[in-house]
Design a protein around this ligand. Sequence first.
Ligand code: DGL
Length: 272
Amino acid sequence: MDNRPIGVFDSGLGGLTAVKELIRLLPNEDIIYFGDTGRVPYGNRSYETIIRYAKQDINFLAENNVKCIVAACGTVSCVAENIDYDINVPYTGVVLPTCRAAVNETENKRIAVIGTSATIKSNRYEKELKKLDNEVEVYSKECPLFVPLVENGFIHDDNQIAWLTVKHYLDELKDNAPDTLILGCTHYPLLKSIISKVMGKNVKLIDPGMVTAIYTKTFLEKEGLITERKEKGSHDFYVSDSTECFKNIANKFLGDEKDMYYNVRQIDIERF
Ligand code: DGL
C-alpha cells in the first residue's frame, strides 16, 4: 500500500486524457499533474531541448514525493526513451502500453502511427511494434498541426479547419490499408471523432492516455502500491503558463467535473 500521489506530466494538456482515465480507474488515488503549457509544443524541438524539459518535469514531480511518474506525452516517451535521471521512482511512458494494445488489436498486421515530428523521426513506435511482432507492417506520419488545433479547441466535427487538416495528413495513410491506428500523441484523442470518420469505421484507434492509465493501474496493483484510502483522491494541477488558460480548455479533456479545476497553480519549471 502506498498513499502517495501518482505523478503525471505532458508538454501541455494532452496528458489530461490519461488523467481522466486514471481518475475513472483509480478514483481513490491522489494525482499530481504538470502541464508545461508555457513551453508547449515539444514536438518540433531538438532532441536536447526535449530531454532537458523532460528532466525538469520529472524533477518537479519527484520533489512532490510521487510514488510513480507517468510521462503522458508521446514525444517525451519517444525521444527520452532511456532518459538517465537519478531519481528512484518508477517511470513509464506511453509507447509500450500503446504498442501492446495495437499488436493485440490488429488482424491484418498493418498498423499506422501518427505523432509529432519528433515522435515520428525517433522511429520509437515502429521499433517497439516490431519487437513485439516482427511481422507487422508499420506506416508512420507526422501531423505537426494537430497539437495546435487541439490546444485551441478546434476539435469538433463541424470545424472545417480541423476536418481539412485531418484529411490532409491521413488520406495518404489510408492507401496502406491499416486496420489499426496508434494516436501517438496524447492530444490526438480529442480529434478522435474526425480521425475515425476520415480513416473509416473499420480502423481501430488506440488512445495512448487510456491504455497508459490501464497499464499504470496494473503496475501499481502488481507492485502493491495502490492506496488504502477509501475516499476519493485529490487532484492537483500545475502549469507553467497562466492558470486561466488551463481553466479555459481543461474541461475539453476532463469533462465537466468542474470542482477539480480549483487546484491549479502556476510554477516556474526552469527552477527544477
Ligand atoms: N501531448 C504531447 C505528445 O503526446 C504533445 C506534443 C507536443 O508538445 O508537441 O506528444
